[in-house]
Design a protein around this ligand. Structure first.
Ligand code: SF4
Length: 388
């Protein structure tokens, strides 16, 4: 699928910085039309199961993690897991997306028995364990990434979600999530998975402290890997949701104390900006202050459109109604997206930030139809299961 007329990093940068919104939309819509001329927009019925919220990584942008001793910490019981899968299948679901925090007491044996238990009972696609989880399992059990993936695949893991990518720029990762795997390892897990015949998705979380160059670095890394392996089924760009995250809280606290210090004449608060839902944000790391710019609707649409144009070798681009809401997700279908993602029978991670859009399968079908596309339910491999 490599395109000889593909845009360069320099052109990508220019489009993102100076490109006209509607012009970008037209280019992305035309690229989408070339790849999906039939005018179908797909979605999947699945459930997002977070097996634990205990996580040693404690990323600053994440509102989901708890320490092991926190009263709200949990590890899913096998029976509860089975009940959730049963309900998913009863509702026409074909996939479970199973992900969790990095729990210090869980090793590879736990995950292999989990997968085998699921596969012995249910005929369902297990899309699970993003690269940070895979690396943690590998490191804890002294296995290579390839050995870990092979074990997981043989126990029943079908495909891998692209979570944990955030921005594939180590400069940004060092500030936002210093304990998380670096870009090279995220890409390595995906490459190894593709070489073992497993399909994966790729994500990008923007709207925190990244610069335009970081977004291009991310898109370029994903495109280069896809040229080598062809294993990504879809790309899912979504924007950072600051509510309830440690990042937002520490920044609010910092903004307040800076203001107090400025008012008392101790220092100038000029460098502190906090922009979250109408305010400005800044993050201090060492002596540097990094401004945080939660993405606006226009920025979301521009980045989505550029993703469609730049990633000419990835067939599907998902609109993120979970973070953007159904109405903006409808607009996204004219800015390069051809897939509505999941019906999300359950979603905990974004919900922990306070952002909670709840929609039914019927809402999704209507939203797609109202934009002039034909809705269709798909499976994990993007095979159409039913037209509506
Ligand atoms: S984003 Fe993932 S790795 Fe980071 S703290 Fe949250 S659950 Fe843990």
């Amino acid at each position: 699928m490599k395109n000889n007329n593909r845009i360069t990093r320099k052109e990508g940068l220019r489009l993102l910085r100076k490109g006209d919104l509607l012009e970008l939309g037209r280019m992305a819509d035309s690229a989408r039309k070339n790849l999906h001329p039939e005018g179908i927009v797909t979605f999947i019925v699945d459930r997002n199961i977070n097996y634990t919220n205990v996580c040693i990584n404690r990323c600053r942008f994440c509102a989901f993690w708890k320490t092991e001793n926190d009263p709200e910490a949990y590890l899913i019981e096998r029976d509860d897991l089975f009940k959730k899968i049963e309900e998913t299948i009863q509702l026409g679901g074909t996939q479970i997306l199973i992900q969790g925090g990095l729990h210090p007491k869980l090793d590879i044996a736990y995950f292999l028995s989990l997968l085998k238990d699921i596969k012995n009972r249910f005929d369902i696609n297990v899309h699970g364990f993003s690269p940070p989880e895979v690396c943690y399992m590998a490191d804890r059990s002294d296995l290579t990434i390839q050995e870990t993936l092979r074990l997981l695949r043989d126990a029943g893991l079908d495909s891998i979600p692209g979570g944990g990518a955030e921005i594939l720029s180590d400069r940004v990762r060092e500030i936002l999530s210093p304990r998380k795997i670096k870009s090279g390892r995220w890409l390595k897990v995906m490459e190894e998975a593709h070489r073992l015949g497993m399909k994966t998705t790729a994500t990008m979380m923007f709207g925190s402290i990244e610069k335009t160059e970081d977004i291009i670095e991310h898109l370029d890394a994903v495109r280069n890997l896809q040229d080598r392996t062809g294993g990504f089924t879809a790309f899912i760009p979504w924007s950072f949701q600051p509510g309830n995250t440690a990042l937002a809280k520490s920044l609010e606290h910092r903004a307040k104390s800076e203001k107090q210090r400025a008012q008392s004449g101790e220092r100038n608060a000029e460098s502190v900006e906090f922009r979250s839902r109408g305010k400005n944000l800044a993050l201090s790391s060492g002596h540097l202050v990094h401004k945080i710019h939660p993405a606006t609707a226009v920025e979301y649409l521009k980045i989505l459109a550029l993703s469609r144009i730049y990633l000419d070798n990835i067939k599907n681009i998902q609109a993120s109604w979970v973070t953007q809401g159904l109405k903006l997700a409808q607009v996204a279908l004219r800015f390069g997206a051809n897939d509505f993602g999941s019906t999300m029978l359950e979603e905990n991670v974004i919900a922990s930030t306070g952002v909670s859009y709840r929609v039914s399968k019927e809402d999704i079908i209507k939203a797609i139809r109202d934009t002039g596309f034909n809705p269709a339910q798909r499976n994990t491999q993007y095979k159409i299961l039913q037209y509506y």
